[in-house]
Design a protein around this ligand. Sequence first.
Ligand code: NAG
Ligand code: NAG
Length: 212
Amino acid sequence: MSEQQARAALVVLISYCFCVAACASTSIPKPREWPHQFHSILMMNYSGELQIIDLWYDWTNGRNFNIIQKQLDPNVVYDLEWNNGTSFYYTLPSNSNSNSDSDYTPYCSSAQLQVGILRPNWLDGANYIGQRHLDGFLCNVWEKVEFLWYYEDVVTRRPVHWLFYTGRAAHVMTFEVGAVLEDAKWQAPAYCFGTTNYKTDRLADNKRKASI
Ligand SMILES: *[C@@H]1O[C@H](CO)[C@@H](O)[C@H](O)[C@H]1NC(C)=O
Ligand SMILES: *[C@@H]1O[C@H](CO)[C@@H](O)[C@H](O)[C@H]1NC(C)=O
């Protein structure tokens, strides 16, 4: 081999190595950031206990709402979080829920957390673990260690499913990017701000362990 041929071969080899390194690092899929505002209907399954959650994610206004319908439960539960760490967990009086008991006493539990709502990039740093079929969709899957598994549709890049380490599973039924719940609906009821009729923070603690 002439010196010229050897040099050419070396150039080819070096370019190849660069390409392998560069191509490999860009080919590991990353989860798409959450849109700053969206509405999603989630079907939740917690070891066979089913719920429908109306999720209103509103990063722009620093707020996140889970409106929770447990299966055949007459009282809808409202789980409202603000980005300043204040959260409210409440039900409404019976006349707001046509199928509720007439003597139902609503409750509210509020809590002050160190952290605000999930950031749009909350999945940064999740480990890619490959592709799986879930709910009939081919998904890229990531794991946030000891916290959750996240499934995103390979084609549309919409979230399909997430599963918490607690066993609580969300199946994404709708995903409306840009949908915003009107301001008036974000007002927690007056009894969230009084000193009476507060339940302990047990409810809030439980939901923080179990939900998003
Ligand atoms: C809910 O999850 C349980 C396992 O925890 C499973 O047996 C059941 O089929 C699921 N129900 C639905 C409606 O997906
Ligand atoms: C956080 O914001 C909400 C909504 O504006 C408000 O009700 C709450 O009092 C605030 N909390 C703190 C600690 O400022």
